[in-house]
Design a protein around this ligand. Sequence first.
Ligand code: ADP
Ligand code: MG
Length: 407
Amino acid sequence: MFCLDNVCETHNNFKRAEVKLNAMPWFHGKIRREEAECLLQPREDGLFLVRESTNFPGDYTLCVCYKNKVEHYRVIYKDNKLTIDEEEFFENLSQLVEHYQKDADGLCTRLRDSVPKRGGLEFSVDSKAFEKAGWVIPLADLDFGDCREVLGKGEFGDVRLAWYRGQKVAVKILIDSSKAAQSFLAEASLMTSLRHKNLVQLMGVVFDGGTICLVTEYMAKGSLVDYLRSRGRLHVTPRDQINFAIDTCAGMAYLESKHVVHRDLAARNVLISEECVAKVCDFGLAREESFNLEGGKFPIKWTAPEALKYHRFSNKSDMWSFGILLWEIYSFGRVPYPRIPLVDVVKHVEKGYKMEAPDGCPSEIYEIMRQAWDLDPEARPSFAVVLKKLESFLKKFQASANFHTSV
Ligand code: ADP
Ligand code: MG
């Protein structure tokens, strides 16, 4: 479910608001009445949850504890609105819950605490929120040309090149699938709130029948890992390496300042623009800190041990991944932990094993990697601190380069 924030901004001459994703921790999906009653313990007045109605598909049921019993209220869908009493109508479940949290308004009691769903929050998909906020692009405004060039393959579908208002854009296409649509729109809604020169910018969202597209700025030079691999030691200069590290770190420091955790930081999720600026992309897994990733495919070699083991994702677990990303930059795109089979990586890492410095990697940079790979998340530096270190390293580097050229 989305609600609109009041923050407006101007981009491409039209005003757009942030589309905020509203998690519904109290929404348990299709569970039976008996299961709901089991979950509602201890029976304190006002303890509640919402489930999908099993008897009336499409409707919901609000289950509330009162005087040691559970009351089940049917929430019906009527004229695109939700209602319990056919007097008060709501656009979405979040609004309904909010209303009855303020006032019992005919229910047995006011809603108080909720029973949160374990393992994965639910969001509902609402294209209207994007429309209202000014983020919707009509499909007809995108010109795919004849070639329909595929820029890459994403988890949900292809990423294609198109023209939009005279500029090249990347279009990530999701073919009809309601489950994936939720994560896809969650990614989009998060992107509406983020704006930084080192994050791939969202331009808009297309809704066309069952198809949803994310339109982002076009990053002409592709992913950082491909860039490093294809050009290699001969063409990627030490100056490029430090620039990529600083760009990525600046994008991450911005996310850190916004308390957004990326969860999938890796050189494959950093893209390079025509001007060689590195930008972080793929917010598919970036969520509020409480989000519980279940059944997700973990990028094991990039994920901090506490995140792998206990799902403890944080800006500090992103810092661990940043250490791996630095290693990728300085090894020109090698796969981390070479020669260690994937199944053994965790075992080694938990014992404190750290990769060696790649050939020719400056000691200052390797020191950052080592700090990022501290088993204690709290002992790892913040992105803000690492950014300062990288910038002062760049200054030193430039000074010595000037020195060399002037003699
Ligand atoms: P997923 O979330 O499925 O991993 P990504 O956002 O990482 O999808 O995109 C997959 C690939 O598509 C990238 O590795 C890159 O090659 C290409 N790609 C994605 N976005 C862009 C873009 N804005 N410009 C150019 N290529 C892109
Ligand atoms: Mg990706």
